[in-house]
Design a protein around this ligand. Structure first.
Ligand SMILES: Nc1nc2c(c(=O)[nH]1)N[C@@H](CN(C=O)c1ccc(C(=O)N[C@@H](CCC(=O)O)C(=O)O)cc1)CN2
Ligand SMILES: [Mg+2]
Length: 297
């Protein structure tokens, strides 16, 4: 039985952060302003609190100034729009990130569309989405860009590769498919209505799983030697009563015996998301100040 290479997302994320940090050091020495990231959390979702804390901590480590905004769960849409408007105008802020999900009384799309596209380090604004599709310069969503970076590190050129993206969310699936297309891969987007998903999957050289269903992708769905990128983060009951554990959208123990390379959960794509956010803040800052930006890795 073969064994896939297990991609160490923590190690690659550390490389990305180091590249961001050294670029910031060089730019600052030349008189560039301190890059600034505003992170907004509404409510007290425990997972979101962890992600936001990590974003602020990692930002500080690479030399990005972070502005933390913790708002109560009852915050109104108008209040949040007011904060976004202030951040849009704040010259110390180059990136604005509103942590998702937002509470039910707030229309998330309305908030995302209020963020100035030049400060949209999540890449969720329709301006950046359109730019990604049409091929112009764009801020690109962090998780798919992290996946792309890992794929290019593993495979080199993606040109002509068959890729399947499982899931069609605005945050991962759709931008992932566009990024793969931009690299001249042949892209299939699969979803809950796709017929014979296992067979579609078996044709792919690259599988990106982003459906949010624990261990849905089985080992026999994977083409031998394929690259498997698992975006799922699902908390399920552990063997020990009362405990939970994290699993991805891929049945790892099965897939690892078939794939050529695979990302684990945790420690695969997740850490890349925050590292790429820092990269995006640097890119936004460089564009806003007409400074050179060099791609990380
Ligand atoms: N505004 C945004 N909201 C959300 C995004 C986003 O990109 N922008 N993505 C996710 C949450 N997220 C970052 O915000 C995120 C998720 C997971 C990880 C991560 O490092 N995961 C670890 C495991 C963590 C754990 O133990 O729970 C891993 O996979 O190793 C980082 C960031 C939704 N919201
Ligand atoms: Mg994400």
């Amino acid at each position: 039985m073969s064994q896939a290479k297990i991609i160490d997302g923590n190690a690659v994320a550390a490389d990305v952060r180091a590249a961001v940090a050294s670029q910031i050091t060089i730019l600052r020495a030349g008189g560039a302003p301190l890059p600034g990231l505003a992170v907004v959390l509404v409510g007290a979702d425990p997972a979101s609190q962890v992600y936001v804390r990590n974003k602020n901590k990692r930002a500080a480590e690479v030399g990005i100034n972070s502005f933390e905004h913790y708002l109560p769960a009852e915050t109104s849409e108008a209040e949040l729009l007011g904060l976004v408007e202030r951040l849009n105008l704040d010259p110390q802020v180059h990136g604005i990130l509103v942590q998702l999900p937002l509470p039910a009384q707030i229309d998330a799309q309305k908030i995302l569309e209020a963020i100035h596209p030049a400060k949209d380090v999540d890449g969720f604004h329709p301006f950046n989405v359109g730019r990604l599709v049409t091929g112009g310069p764009a801020l690109v969503p962090c998780t798919p860009l992290g996946c792309l970076l890992l794929a290019k590190r593993e495979l080199g050129s993606l040109s002509g590769k068959r890729a399947i993206v499982l899931g069609r969310s605005n945050i991962v699936g759709k931008p992932m498919a566009q990024l793969l297309l931009r690299e001249s891969a042949t892209v299939t987007i699969a979803h809950s209505r796709t017929h014979d998903l296992p067979e579609e999957c078996r044709r792919a050289d690259i599988v990106v799983a982003a459906v949010g269903r624990p261990e849905m992708v089985k080992g026999d769905w994977i083409k031998p030697g394929a690259l498997v990128l698992d975006v799922g983060i699902n908390r399920i009951p552990a063997a020990e009563p009362g405990k939970t554990r994290l699993v991805g959208d891929v049945a790892f123990a099965e897939a690892v015996t078939v794939a050529g390379a695979i990302t684990p959960v945790p420690g695969g794509i997740g850490p890349m998301t925050i590292a790429i956010l820092l990269r995006n803040v640097l890119e936004a800052c460089c564009r806003l100040h007409d400074l050179p930006f060099a791609e990380v890795l």
